[in-house]
Design a protein around this ligand. Structure first.
Ligand code: SF4
Length: 62
């Protein structure tokens, strides 16, 4: 399992990540990750959110 985080100072709260996978991301003032770990079946969508975020505000935690 993998972890993902938001770099809050980069987030412009556009809502895209939540629209891709609302089980992992919720966007209020900024985006938040609402799970401790990303499950295998969520990885592909989280990667899509990372690749799609307009401000590179989402990262895998190494
Ligand atoms: S896609 Fe990026 S900028 Fe948009 S809400 Fe998610 S983390 Fe923030």
């Amino acid at each position: 399992m993998k972890k993902v985080k938001i770099i809050e100072e980069n987030c412009i709260a556009c809502g895209l990540c939540e629209s891709i996978i609302s089980d992992v991301f919720v966007v209020e003032e900024v985006a938040r990750v609402i799970v401790d770990e990303v499950t295998e079946n969520q990885i592909e969508s989280v990667q899509e959110a990372i690749d799609s975020c307009p401000t590179d505000a989402i990262e895998w935690v190494e």
